[in-house]
Design a protein around this ligand. Structure first.
Ligand code: KDG
Length: 335
């Protein structure tokens, strides 16, 4: 094969013809890591992306995927990208606010009303605006995938009112906005990497955590949590990040393959995430979790209790960032 390729390349060059596209594609091995289990919809997204890459590179690339924080937590893996010691990570935005403070906008409580709104913002001008900021941090964001709307689980009691949060020891992602949100709710929040959460819940070092239904299900939190309350208090995106120092060594053809296949993966991952959400909610109840929704009146009190977080963190996130987000949301909502 190699001899034939060299011969055909020589022939092409001699004839002054443009190099065939595969000439721009080298043999590569890409390491990708994530904090959730492979059974999470991120696994479906990675498989769709891998199939796309396999076809577009004619099998020249190998994708090695690592799950459940095997290569470290989100922040550790992201720093490995910046130092060009790992190619890819699929990570929540929240643990990365120390690298790019503007990402904190996505942690503001009750920012998005539904996933259609989230998609419109992330896949539109605002998403591009944040992707440009990440490039300045040596990170290429290839696409936004879905972590999802977050809900509270705990081992103490059903949370049906603002008062029910009182003194609950809640794990939050390593992020001051989440810390202040859960302080405002009257809880006792602890920042913690995702990989440590199950054990902390199992040993009762903490009472509670918050994540989308598919994460609660695929991370088996139902084994150590008795109550699930539909707080829907924040929507977290996943970033599909590639090391910019490594990305810059790839040909334009190769860079295009990464971008296009990450979008193929995005569409599959979001689709499975949304199809699986109700299935996961049923699964965790079948596994013994007591599920409750929260009345409109109590949700209004909960929203009011946390609204001050916007003002507290406006400066650290960037007033321009929040204004831009608000303007795009207002336009989407026809305000
Ligand atoms: O890599 C993704 C996970 O590590 C994590 O971000 C999932 O939402 C999550 C959390 O609570 O940390």
């Amino acid at each position: 094969m190699k001899t034939l390729t060299r011969l055909s390349l020589t022939t092409a060059l001699t004839a002054g013809l443009a190099l065939p596209a595969f000439a721009d594609i080298q043999s590569r091995t890409i390491t990708i890591s994530n904090g959730v289990a492979e059974s999470h919809p991120v696994g479906n997204g990675v498989e769709a992306m891998r199939e796309c890459i396999d076809e577009r590179t004619d099998g020249a690339w190998t994708i090695n995927a690592f799950w459940s924080s095997a290569l470290g937590d989100d922040l550790t893996a992201t720093q490995a990208l910046r130092s060009a010691t790992q190619e890819m990570v699929i990570t929540s935005t929240s643990p990365l606010v120390g690298i790019e403070p503007a990402l904190g906008v996505f942690d503001l409580p009750f920012l998005f009303s539904d996933s259609a709104e989230a998609d419109a913002i992330l896949d539109g001008d605002f998403g591009d605006f944040m992707t440009e900021k990440l490039a300045d941090r040596d990170l290429i964001n290839l696409a936004y995938w879905e972590n999802g709307f977050r809900n509270l689980t705990n081992s103490v009691r059903p949370v049906t009112s603002l008062e029910d949060f009182e003194d609950m020891r809640v794990r939050v992602m390593q992020n001051n906005i989440f810390l202040d949100t859960f302080n405002a709710l009257g809880t006792n929040p602890t920042p913690m990497a995702f990989g440590e959460v199950f054990t902390a819940l199992e040993t009762r070092a903490i009472d509670a955590q918050e994540n989308p239904y598919v994460t609660i299900d695929t991370s088996q939190f139902y084994e150590v949590q008795g109550y699930l309350s539909a707080t829907q208090h924040a929507y977290t995106p996943f970033l599909v990040l590639f090391s910019k120092p490594i990305f810059d060594t790839y040909s334009e053809t190769e860079q295009e393959i990464l971008r296009e296949c990450a979008v193929i993966g995005r569409d599959e991952q979001r689709s499975v995430s949304r199809d699986l959400s109700d299935v996961s909610l049923a699964n965790v109840q079948d596994a013994g979790m007591q599920f409750n929704e929260i009345s409109d009146e109590e949700m209004a009190r909960i929203r009011e209790a946390v609204e001050g977080v916007y003002e507290t963190h406006a400066e650290s996130i960037g007033i321009d960032v929040i204004d831009r987000m608000q303007a795009e949301l207002n336009e989407l909502r026809g305000n």
